[in-house]
Design a protein around this ligand. Structure first.
Ligand code: ADP
Ligand code: ZN
Length: 608
């Protein structure tokens, strides 16, 4: 019965016909008073998992969200559905806070957003003691993990919710979590008894492309020109200087681009972020300081001009593209210099040795993803222990297979050397053995008398390292991340070692002359697939959306998502009843915007 309520809310308020994936189970768990940990890829629909139970259960859903700068937009999106949403943070005046507190105590708020540091204030906790609470939702729960890249110490304090409010269900949500992070979330938030919902990590609508940098600006321009002439996107750079430089250059090229980095005055940063969020064709050029909690669903591409420091970071940053499920691009170019810079940064950080080692190996994985010659998606999913046998057809390697060479013999030497030295050493050591270098360590270990000592002189050290990285990437070898970086063989290595299997690997881009891959990447056009004949209608709907959003002072997507507009183009609704069947058109939006959009539809029906 509760479930029917939930489904009814989904259909009438949100305008979606049915739940996706684990949504219904998660919602039922919370409605029944249980705790949950929900791991879902970005765009998977996490918000609904706590919003709907907040509406079904008595009281207010309290949402812990890390960034106060984004709360206004989150609340606006709910108000556009005619829900009673509010936030309490330092941007409000004393009177506004008092009003919100009174509304909370009166039971007039469906959803209340607060940052963790606010929630943990004694006054806030005693306010919550007096209010009726439907649930606690802990968004971006990976912030509680010290290993993660977004660690927020305040998140640790949230463990008190369990003791202070034992009868109120809690749901922790995140899009990134390898096993280690997942375990830490459970431990640090006291969610041992929670039901775990781990959805796959695949983001099928994102096309992945990674290439070596040659001339970064030319490559980026080629990519934008061929696929994203009018899309909103994020361009990530490692340094503030590069951010400024690329943003200025994009503006000179006629694009609406704004910089964002931690060195800018806060109000400039806020202004640029708002400009990006509110419009549907702005490019934000940023350091990784930008992006956490950005809910903008119509980001059509994420471009990296430097290598991220780990696969998690890459996955999370690229995950900001295409939350609405529409085709989007994750595009990256990187140079050897990135690797050197990242290594230096890690070496100079004052983290302890174990932490540094973990970071170092995470970087190695990222590099192996960049050098991969097989399906990128498959490699990415393997990293998250979410293996996927299919070849995706929507990444650069699937679309334009890279140049390869027959590495069967070399690979056997590498595997054999790893095995014979006891599977206790890292890549650099093994390469030295293969090249026959008699350094102190090798002599101490007596490996210069080993049968694989010096058998690999046909390749140089760079080529061997590239081969090792690819063997790791392909799963023949594994690295002990967190330990000493020692490499060992997996079960897949045996047939190769015995000569029952051949192996082709990618020609490292430093050796390859072909440059066709590094520019635009695929020929496939991203952004919602609108037929040329439908372009005028599409443009008209977007213009109307922009106008309505500006009038209301909300982001364009709060009016309707790209997906909803694309469905209007496709289904051509001409009356209210047809319009209400378009996904994303709920009752309140139909009342509010239905006529304006129907006018455009009717106009096009008569002219075409
Ligand atoms: P996440 O927080 O997991 O990244 P969101 O909650 O922002 O994802 O949802 C992504 C998009 O998918 C939003 O536009 C949301 O309204 C939409 N969505 C969520 N659930 C459904 C559903 N069951 N059917 C259709 N669209 C949905
Ligand atoms: Zn692929």
């Amino acid at each position: 019965m509760k479930h029917t309520d939930a489904l009814d809310i989904l259909q009438t308020i949100y305008g979606y016909p049915n739940f996706r994936g684990a949504q219904a189970d998660i919602i039922d768990t919370i409605i029944d008073g249980g705790d949950a940990l929900a791991l879902m890829p970005t765009g998977g629909g996490k918000s609904i998992c706590y919003q709907i139970p907040s509406l079904v259960r008595r009281g207010t859903g309290v949402v812990v969200s890390p960034l106060i700068a984004l709360m206004q937009d989150q609340v606006d999106a709910l108000r556009a559905l005619n829900l009673n949403a509010a936030f309490i943070n330092s941007t409000l005046s004393r009177e506004e806070i008092a009003d919100t507190e009174a509304a909370l105590l009166a039971g007039d708020i469906d959803l209340l957003y607060v940052a963790p540091e606010r929630l943990l204030m004694p006054t806030m906790l005693s306010l919550l003691d007096r209010a009726e609470i439907a649930l606690f939702a802990i968004d971006e729960a990976h912030c509680v993990s010290q290993w993660g890249h977004d660690f927020r110490p305040e998140y640790m304090g949230l463990s008190l919710l369990q003791d202070r409010f034992p009868d109120i269900p809690r749901i922790a949500l995140t899009a990134t979590a390898d096993q280690r992070t997942r375990d830490e979330i459970v431990k640090n938030l006291g969610l041992q008894g929670a039901k775990k919902f781990i959805a796959g990590f695949d983001r099928p609508n994102i096309c992945y492309a990674l290439a070596e940098a040659r001339n970064v600006k030319d490559q980026l321009w080629e990519f934008l020109k061929s696929q994203h002439t009018e899309s909103a996107g994020i361009v990530y750079c490692q340094s503030r200087k590069k951010v400024e430089d690329i943003a200025k250059w994009l503006c000179e090229q006629g694009r609406d681009a704004v910089p964002y980095h931690a060195g800018m005055p806060a109000q400039d940063r806020q202004r640029n972020q708002t400009h990006f969020l509110r419009n549907d064709s702005v490019i934000v050029v940023a350091t990784i300081a930008f992006g956490m909690g950005i809910d903008k669903p119509d980001v059509r591409f994420v471009a990296h001009l430097n290598l991220p420091k780990s696969v998690e970071a890459y996955y999370q940053e690229t995950g900001r593209a295409g939350r609405d499920g529409q085709p989007s691009d994750a595009w990256l170019v990187y140079g050897l210099q990135d690797v050197i810079n990242l290594r230096n940064m890690m070496a100079e950080s004052n983290a302890d040795e174990q932490h540094k080692r973990v970071e170092h190996h995470k970087l190695e994985y990222m590099l192996s993803l960049a050098e991969q010659d097989m399906c990128r998606r498959r490699a990415l999913l393997e990293y998250f222990d979410d293996p996927n046998e299919v070849v995706c057809g929507n990444c650069d390697n699937c679309l334009i297979p890279p140049e390869t060479w027959d590495a069967t013999d070399a690979a056997r030497k590498a595997l054999s050397c790893t095995y014979r030295t006891g599977q206790r050493f890292g890549v650099n050591y093994l390469v030295d053995v293969l090249l026959g270098k008699s350094n102190d360590r090798i002599i101490n270990n007596d490996h210069q008398s080993q049968s694989t000592f010096g058998i690999g002189k046909e390749l140089n050290a760079t080529q061997w390292r590239s081969l090792f990285r690819q063997l790791i990437a392909k799963g023949f070898l594994t690295v002990d991340v967190g330990g000493h970086g020692s490499i060992s063989l997996t079960d897949y290595a045996r047939p190769l070692l015995r000569g029952e299997q051949t192996l082709k690997v990618r020609v490292s881009s430093a050796q390859s002359a072909s440059s066709s891959r590094s520019g635009g990447g695929s020929k496939r056009r991203s952004a919602p697939t609108i037929k040329a004949a439908d372009q005028p209608l599409w443009d008209e709907l977007r213009a109307l959306r922009k106008e309505l959003a500006e009038t209301a002072g909300v982001p364009a997507y709060v009016v309707f998502s790209d997906k909803t507009l694309a469905e209007m183009v496709d289904k051509r609704p001409l009356n209210e009843s047809e319009m209400s069947k378009v996904s994303g058109v709920g009752q309140h939006k139909l009342d509010h915007y239905g006529d304006a959009f129907l006018d455009v539809m009717k106009h096009f029906a008569t002219v075409t």
